[in-house]
Design a protein around this ligand. Structure first.
Ligand code: PLP
Length: 449
């Protein structure tokens, strides 16, 4: 180990960076010039050398209450000493039931039954399997086709990439992907550029479901899965009225609607879930990330009563759904989840996220709209994405360099998606922090011109 710096805030950096094959990372570039963080507290990361970095991305859209928050830390520590693990196949532990009830109470309508897993990807695959199994349980076993949307991201399991609409995540898996079809994405720069919040144009794109139904027949379709706001492909807010239209068409054709709320859940859009913001209740809803403030891995699916109840038939000693993970409802994650929901409530963080939305939008738009090289800005809740002009013959490189400069030169963590810069701060952010983030973004855009 190589120790950098000379005070208590420094950390040893390993000499070997080769063994760890990093996920969704340009490994060779990273290892040539690492962006390493060793500690975190509240809004900040700290490099091994002790340099402060603003967390402009809430980790990966997940540390919404800021980092290493004391009540969550203590809950995990206590739980590890009290009950480190218990199976939830045929056995149970109290906090799993308690957390499920809390999530069901937070979710709108009769989204009342919570199935736990460990990530957003597992949640997506779980929801898709539930949808198919639901129709099977109801005697409509031909309804197996899954409909996703272009530019959708639902994690990296085979189910998730089947309905997902990111070419790079799909193209090499060929026939391993199930026979899905896709709605068009909802982004059109000509019609929507520089919209704050939901764009006015685009609700009619939901009607494409009619064409898909006409092609495949509703008797073959199990579910439509979409993110209420597409996050990973650069913040695509739903057009006004789009989600309601999708709900109506799913009802008309007897197709389940699944919202992937892995990013939009737990306050990112100023409400517990996007389904509440939009007054549209899906049949199944996935969550992950913010449920534990990312202090322990957890994901899950919330099912409406009619979906859940369709499985509760047959002899009562027989397992109703042949699905689950060793770590479903892991005690450490449940303890973290309960402490996180308390913290969100006690600090009014969803309300804070809602109150800050106009401040956030104004700061980003007033600083960056009109700056040379800025092609579009999209924003929804406490998220923003800035499309920047690409360098000639090198798509994606400018944003990569901007992200690297942001970290090393400006002291801020941001994300990229193609030549798009994405910022999604924790909800504990202040107006002053927001102004700083806007300045730093402007600097990296200027310095990569
Ligand atoms: N679904 C959505 C909408 C996401 O944004 C993500 C991750 O960003 C996932 C699923 C996958 O989650 P995970 O990385 O926890 O598997």
């Amino acid at each position: 180990l190589r120790v950098v710096g000379d005070d208590a805030a420094t950390t040893a950096i390993p000499n070997d960076l080769q063994a760890f094959w990093m996920p969704f990372t340009a490994n060779r570039s990273f290892k040539a010039r690492p962006r390493m963080v060793a500690r975190a507290k509240d809004l900040y990361y700290y490099t091994p050398e002790g340099k402060q970095i603003i967390d402009g991305t809430a980790g990966l859209w997940c540390s919404s209450a800021g980092h290493s928050r004391q009540p969550i830390v203590e809950a995990i520590q206590k739980q590890a000493a009290e009950l480190d693990f218990a199976p939830t196949f045929q056995f149970g532990h109290p906090k799993a039931f308690e957390l499920a009830s809390r999530i069901a109470a937070l979710a709108p309508g009769d989204l009342d039954h919570v199935f736990f897993c460990n990530s957003g990807s597992e949640a997506a695959d779980t929801a898709l399997k539930m949808a198919i199994a639901y129709w099977h349980a109801r005697g409509k076993a031909s309804k197996t086709r899954l409909i996703g949307r272009e530019r959708g991201y639902h994690g990296v399991g085979f189910g998730g990439i089947t309905v997902g609409g990111i070419v790079a995540n799909r193209r090499v898996y060929g026939s391993m992907l199930a026979g899905a079809d896709h709605l068009p994405h909802t982004y059109n720069r000509e019609k929507q550029a520089f919209s704050k919040g939901e764009p006015e144009w685009g609700a009619h794109l939901a009607d494409e479901l009619e064409r898909i139904v006409a092609l495949h027949d509703a008797s073959t379709i199990a579910a439509v899965m979409v993110e209420p706001m597409a996050g990973s492909t650069g913040v695509l807010p739903p057009p006004v009225g789009y989600l309601k239209r999708l709900r109506e068409l799913c009802d008309k054709h007897d197709i389940l609607l699944i919202f992937d709320e892995v990013i939009t859940g737990f306050g990112r859009l100023g409400a517990p879930f996007a389904s509440e913001r939009y007054g549209v209740i899906p049949d199944l809803m996935t969550f992950a990330k913010g449920v534990t403030n990312a202090a322990a891995p957890m994901g899950g699916v919330v099912a409406r009563k009619h979906v859940h109840d369709a499985f509760m038939t047959g002899p009562d000693h027989v397992i109703e759904l042949f699905h689950g993970y060793t770590y479903s409802a892991h005690p450490l994650a449940c303890a973290a989840g309960l402490a996180t929901l308390d913290l969100y409530r006690d600090e009014g963080l969803f309300e804070r996220s809602k109150a800050l939305e106009p401040v956030w939008a104004d700061a980003i738009f007033s600083k960056l709209k009109g700056q040379a090289g800025v092609l579009d800005i999209r924003q929804l809740g406490l998220t923003a994405a800035i499309d920047i002009e690409s360098w000639k013959d090198a798509p994606g490189k400018r944003a990569y360099v901007a992200m690297d400069k942001a970290f090393h030169d400006e002291g801020i963590m941001i994300r990229t998606s193609g030549d798009c810069l994405v910022v999604t701060p924790p909800f504990i952010i202040t107006e002053n922090d927001i102004a700083q983030i806007a300045d730093k973004l402007s600097n990296v855009i200027a310095s990569t011109a």
